[in-house]
Design a protein. Sequence first.
Length: 387
Amino acid sequence: STWNAACPQSPRTAGTLPTTPGADPQPTAVEMPPWRVVTRFAMAGLTLMLLAPVIWTTLLLLCLALGGFAGALLWPVLDRAWYRRTSHDLSPTAPDAIPLVAGDLEVAPTSDPALGLSATFCWFAALLTVTPLYHPYPRLMMPLLAAVWLSAAAGVGWWFESNLSVARRQVFAGTVPKRSIGRMVANSLWMVAVLLCVINLPADDTSPIHENHRSIRTAAINVATQCVRAARGESNPPTTLLPSGSVIKPSGADADLTVPRLAQAEAAWQELKFNPAEETIVVYAMAEPALLLHLRELGLHVAPVADVSFSKSTIDGHPVPTFLVFGPNARATPDFLRSWVDGSARRFQTVGRSGYFPGRVVLLNLYSPSTAFEQLYQPFEIFRLQE
C-alpha cells in the first residue's frame, strides 16, 4: 500500500520520524496506519456490506463512483500529489495544514492522473446517459457495469489515499486530530444509517445478481435431445411446459424446477449416446446466442440467422437434418412474426418446444415493466426444415 511505501521498515527511513513537533528525529518505523484510520476503513467496509442487500450492489457501486468523481474534483489528492512530486514541493497544502514529508512524494503518482480520470469519467458518463436511451439495453449493461466497477474502484482508492495522506503527515508530525462537531455529527449519521440498514435487511434476497441462470442449459439439452430424436426418425414425447396447476414464483422457480429438470435432461441426453463424428445435425437459431453456445458444446453444428429464408444444409451434396429454434427474443421482433405468418412457417415441421426462465434484464427488454414478471417461463420453439 502507499502507507508501507511511504513509511517502510528500512534504514533508509530510520531517523526521519520525530516523536513531537520540533524534537529531534528518532529511529522509528511505522508498520501500520493509526488504529483510528484502520477502524475507519473497517467500519466503511461493514457499512457497504450492510447497504448492499438494501440498495443492491450495482446502485452502491454507482454511488461510490459518483462520490469518487465528486471528491476527485473537490479535493484532487492524486493530482496535487503528482504536481508536488514533479516540483519536489513539501510546503503545506493549506495555511494551517501540516507540511508534506518525503514519503508523500515517494508514493505520489509517477504520471499525471488527469488522463485516467478523464477517460474513466467519459466512459462512465457516456454509457450512463446512453444506456437508458438504447432499446435493447442489455447489450450495453456489461460495458456500463465495467465502467461503474472501474469508477467505484477509483472512488474508493481516492478516499483511501485521502485518509492515508492526512494520517501520514500527522504521524510524521506527532500530532493527534482533535474532535470536532462536524466529525461527531458524521459519526452519528453513520450509526443511524447502519442501524436503519440492519432493520431494513430484506428477508429474501431479491437482487437479480443471485438469479440461477442454469435453466438455459436445461432448455438447450432438451432442444438437442429433440433434434437428435427427430433426425433419427424417432418420435418425441408430448411437451408439457409445466405440470398442470403449477404456480411459478420468482423466488422458487429455480429451486423447484430448474435443478431437477437439469438432471432429468442430462440423463435423457446421455441415453441417446450421440456421437458428433457419426451424426451431423445443423441447428439455426434467431436472436439466441446463449442457446447456440450450449448446443455447440453438445456437439451440434450451430449458426445464427437473421431470417428464415435459409436452405437445408448439405455435406458433399447430401442434405443433413436442419432445424430452426427461436424463442422470446425472435417472437418480440415484428418483422420475424410477419414473415413467419405470411408463409415461412409452411417450410417447417413442428418438432417440439422447451422452456426456460429468462433473467430479469431479458424480461425487461422484451416486455413493459408492468407485465414483464408475468412472463417468467418462456418456450423455445423447435422446427425442422422440410425442403
